[in-house]
Design a protein around this ligand. Sequence first.
Ligand code: MG
Length: 386
Amino acid sequence: MKRLAILGSTGSIGQSTLTVVAEHPGEFAVVGLAAGQNVKVLAEQVIKFHPALVSVQDEEVAGRLRALLPREMAPEILTGAEGAIRVATADGVDLVVSAMVGAVGLEPTLAAVQAGIPVALANKETLVAAGPLVMAAAKERGVPLIPVDSEHSAIFQALQGQRREDIRRLWLTASGGPFRTFPAARLAQVTAAEALRHPNWSMGPKITIDSATMMNKALEVIEASFLFGLPVDQIEVVIHPQSIVHSLVEFVDGSVIAQMGVPDMRLPIAYALSYPRRLPLNSSPLDLCKTGQLTFEAPDLDRFPGLKLGYAAARQGGTMPAVFNAANEVAVAAFLAGRLNFPGIPRVAAQTMAAHQPQPLESLAKVLSVNLWARNFAQDLINRGK
Ligand code: MG
């Protein structure tokens, strides 16, 4: 039995993870769950999976959770960043599923790595904001970081049995999101509701907006760079609207290995949970005859400048990717709240990056202070309507 701690259990990835767990009785035990404030879903998870440890945002949320649990069910309920760290580093945890949204996932994930616990990584912001720190800690402790993101899982799968030095390039596929074919003028008018309608993947709101702006792909390029130890100039993005080819590895001899499957997050999640084994899943099989066509095209960096920004942030390195990520988080929240238009998201990120002088990223304190600075700067730009 693999003992799991799931950070971000009520989010899209967290819920899919628990679906995979429930489909494989006897394979996994859930020892800890960390969530924010969705007590209704969390209470159902606690009742179904009996974790010994639970963490939520704060005491008020903890009170509401307690009220929803039957009396005989009394997990230890922790709160705040400290609570999430305790869940991530609890005794006997074999694998931490890091699936919180945003930079808030960094501290508990890093704590798990430092405690020597393997991590199934879905929280891309962890590596974007603090890649050098997290990778150094993982190397020092010999901790595997197993990607959950579908593209990185595809690359991870394509690399099994291969030598790192034989890689020429990585190719990340991108669906292009709901606005792939929209002219620039139309992009200025799109609403949050339109942006939340992703054509292929069912995901949480933050990543769905990131997908529409292609900021998600920018974050993924940076994530891949850290995860696979390659400069971003060896990482390419190709638009593939059908989301069947999840990513590809090109080797020095010109051979290209791709991983394919139906777009269902349970697949990369199950692989990360059971690696190097594969768990049977009752997913609908990939029917290539029915799919018919797989198409590919170059991304349009003029209409989707977020992708360019991501490459720029990675090349500047140090604290810049953390700034890029933090500004984007604030801008996405403002867009969802109707306070910023769609092109404003990459604009706020670009302006915040322009105001920042990248520094070496040597400590968690540095990451957190730069993150806070960038959030405040971006928020101020939005408040002033810039
Ligand atoms: Mg992805």
